[in-house]
Structure formats: structure tokens, C-alpha cells
Design a protein around this ligand. Structure first.
Ligand code: GLA
Length: 387
């Protein structure tokens, strides 16, 4: 159905049918928040919502790209000698990626691209990584560039870090590129070694609740957290030989007087190191079929993100508290960068409808917003749809 609408949309915009269609998922992080930028473990899954693309070569030297979501079209001249600068619009992701491909000598000529999405934007489900990684996959496929998925994820991250100027980690593009239906990805963010872990939900569902809160100060606060983690690492390095914060133990942190004299870096480090352990414990719990234990670890993760890392917000806390009041819910926590965005909960399948009703009601009573609550399933990474 979505594919039909995609093809129709392409035809009405560009006049004739597309040659290829693609889907690039969003992601939900099950546990392991802010560990990626500190060299640790994460446990995300690709989801069944995402970004759709229809594309055709246009025999010119221009990439024309239309976003249905934004109802906006950009036309970008392909010029391998150009040194573009960001302009502060969505076009930056496209220009940055073309620039990244050009720097590697990759250029297969002009394209017409129609983009549509069923992923809530700016809500912690990685709409930008979905868009950028999907576009990297599409360019690689249409231009026959022979780039592996891990490298496509790295290219998408470079665009966000070096061109757009968002200092995010590798988790999101990696989950978008490497996801597999029915699995989550146990990724070590420093080595990029990973395992696909089967998620056997046995009568439970993964439910996402979107606060629909406009994300306040999200990117500046994200960069502040990075700086505080780096300050913690510098203090610990005076006593330990560390490549990244995650290599410190809880004992190292408690034993470091200098770190303890810096309240924010101390709390940030405490979160990061404890969260990393929770990811390892969660993988063991999920592999062992112990979803109740995984739920406890989700609770501890949320408390640590709220109290030590301070990236939750009242609306996320309302959703988590309301979720945990629904009988037999195993766990609930904020997912992604925080400051708004979504929670993820493990809910018995037979009570999902009650969950949606009661959490939605509690949320609209306690806040000026309406929550958007839906179940999701671990899905495939970016893929071609017309094959
Ligand atoms: C955002 C970033 C990720 C990660 C999370 C927090 O989603 O893009 O790299 O740092 O926040 O875990």
C-alpha cells in the first residue's frame, strides 16, 4: 500500500514511474543510552516505521529531491570539486552526503528522488539517521558504489557530525543499516563488533509512547552532556590508562576524589558506567528469556537517566510512571536522547489496548499534550523494496 502511494507520488512529481524503491527504518533503543558516545554497548532495534524513497536516474548532473513530509523540493548540482557549507535546512543532509561520496570519488550522475515517511519526526526514533542512512544506501545502490552497510552507517554519522554539526554517536545509523526483523543489535560502539540477538517477546509487545513535546534545547544539552563526560574522562585519566569513559569501573569513579569534586561530570560518569553494565545484563536476560529481569533493568536505566544524566523531562516521567501503574507491565523507560521524544515499554499483548487507554488518559490529564502510543516490532534494516 505504502509502496503504491510512493510510486504514485513519484509519478505526480516527476512525470513517469520510478526505477527503484527503498525503505529505511527508524530505531528504538531498548537500553544503553549515551553509552555510544563513550565507547560502550547499546541495544537498539530497527522498527517498522521509517522513510520511503522512490528514485530514477535523470541523465543530468542534478539531484532533485522532494520531501512529501515537508512538501519541499531541493535541486542540488553534482559538482565533485565543490566545497559546500551547511545552510541550516534539511538539504544539508543531502548535500553533506553527496559531498562525502564525492570525496571518495563516487558519483553516478543525477537522480530524481521522492521521499515520504511514516516516522514521527524529532521524537527520538532517529528520523534523521533513517533519512541519511537510507539516502546513503540509495546512492550506493543507484551508483553501484559497492559500499558495505557498516561503512554506509559511518558515512551517515560523518554527515551529521562533520557537516550538519550534530555530535551524535554511531548507534542510530548502525541500527538503521544493520537491523534484522525479530532481533535487536548488541553493538560495541568502539570496535563496531556486534551480535544480532533474537527478541522472543512470548506474549509481550514493545510499545512506544511519544510525548509529542517540542524538544527543548536538545542539541545544545546533548553537546553539554558530551563535554561533561569528557571532563569526567580527563579526571579519571590522571589515575588510569583509559581510551574512553566506559573503560572505567564504578569503583574507579568512587575512588577518584577529583571527579567527585565535580558534581555534574561525576553524575554523568556514574550513569554511563552503570548503564553499560545494564546493557550487558539485559542481553543475558533477553537471551535467557527473562523479560521480567530485562524490565527491572529498564527501570534502573530510566532512573539513572532522570537522576544522574538528567536528560528526562516531566512528560517522559509521567509516561513512565503511568506505564508502570498498568498491571503486569514489565518495564518502561525513555529511549533516545531525551528532553522529550518517546518512551519504550514491555507490555503484555493482551493488555496493550488498556495500556494505550490508561497511559494516554493519565498523560493528557497531567500535561497539555496528547501522547501517540503504538506497538512496534523489531524490523529489517534499510532495504530495496522493488527487488
Ligand atoms: C541520540 C544520538 C545517539 C545516542 C542517543 C543517546 O539518539 O543520536 O547517538 O547518543 O541520543 O543514547
Amino acid at each position: 500500500m505504502i509502496q503504491d502511494a510512493l510510486v504514485k507520488g513519484f509519478i505526480s512529481r516527476f512525470g513517469s514511474p520510478p526505477a527503484r524503491t527503498f525503505f529505511s527504518p527508524g530505531r528504538v533503543n531498548l537500553i544503553g543510552e549515551y553509552t555510544d558516545i563513550n565507547g560502550g554497548y547499546v541495544l537498539p532495534a530497527a522498527i517498522d516505521l521509517g522513510t520511503y524513497y522512490a528514485v530514477r536516474s535523470n541523465d543530468t548532473r542534478t539531484v532533485n529531491i522532494y520531501s512529501e513530509t515537508l512538501d519541499d523540493q531541493k535541486s542540488i548540482a553534482l559538482d565533485p570539486s565543490a566545497e559546500p557549507a551547511p545552510e541550516g535546512s534539511w538539504q544539508d543532509y543531502v548535500v553533506g552526503l553527496l559531498y562525502d561520496f564525492h570525496k571518495r570519488g563516487l558519483d553516478g550522475g543525477g537522480l530524481d528522488i521522492f521521499v515520504s515517511s511514516d516516522l514521527p519526526q524529532s521524537s527520538g526514533l532517529s528520523s534523521s539517521a533513517s533519512f541519511t542512512t537510507g539516502l546513503a544506501f540509495l546512492l550506493n545502490d543507484c551508483w553501484d558504489s559497492g559500499i558495505e552497510r557498516v561503512q554506509l552507517a559511518q558515512a551517515a554519522r560523518r554527515v551529521e557530525n562533520d557537516f550538519v554539526g550534530v555530535h551524535c554517536g554511531i548507534m542510530d545509523p548502525f541500527a538503521v543499516a544493520l537491523g534484522k526483523a525479530g532481533h535487536c543489535i548488541y553493538l560495541h560502539c568502539q570496535s563496531l563488533e556486534y551480535d544480532l540477538v533474537p527478541v522472543n517477546m512470548e506474549g509481550y509487545d514493545i510499545v512506544i509512547a511519544d510525548t509529542q513535546v517540542p524538544r527543548r534545547l536538545a542539541s545544545s544539552a546533548y553537546n553539554d552532556r558530551r563535554a561533561e563526560c569528557n571532563a569526567a574522562l580527563e579526571a579519571l585519566r590522571k589515575h588510569h590508562d583509559l581510551d574512553c569513559l566506559i573503560e572505567a569501573s564504578g569503583e574507579d569513579i568512587e575512588a577518584c576524589a577529583e571527579l567527585k569534586s565535580m558534581p555534574l561530570p561525576y553524575k554523568r560518569a556514574r550513569h554511563v558506567v552503570s548503564e553499560n553494565v545494564r546493557v550487558e545484563q539485559s542481553v543475558a536476560a533477553i537471551r535467557g528469556g527473562d523479560l521480567a529481569r530485562f524490565g527491572e533493568l529498564m527501570q534502573a536505566s530510566h532512573a539513572s537517566l532522570r537522576d544522574d544524566f538528567e536528560v528526562s523531562c516531566p512528560e517522559l516521567d509521567v509516561l513512565v510512571d503511568a506505564a508502570m501503574r498498568v498491571p503486569h507491565v514489565l518495564g518502561s523507560r525513555m529511549t533516545g536522547a531525551g528532553f522529550g521524544g518517546c518512551t519504550v515499554s514491555i507490555v503484555p499483548t493482551e493488555t496493550v489496548t488498556d495500556f494505550i487507554d490508561s497511559v494516554g488518559k493519565a498523560y493528557s490529564e497531567a500535561t497539555p499534550y496528547e501522547a501517540r502510543i503504538f506497538r512496534t516490532h523489531p524490523g529489517d534494516g534499510v532495504k530495496r523494496l522493488d527487488d
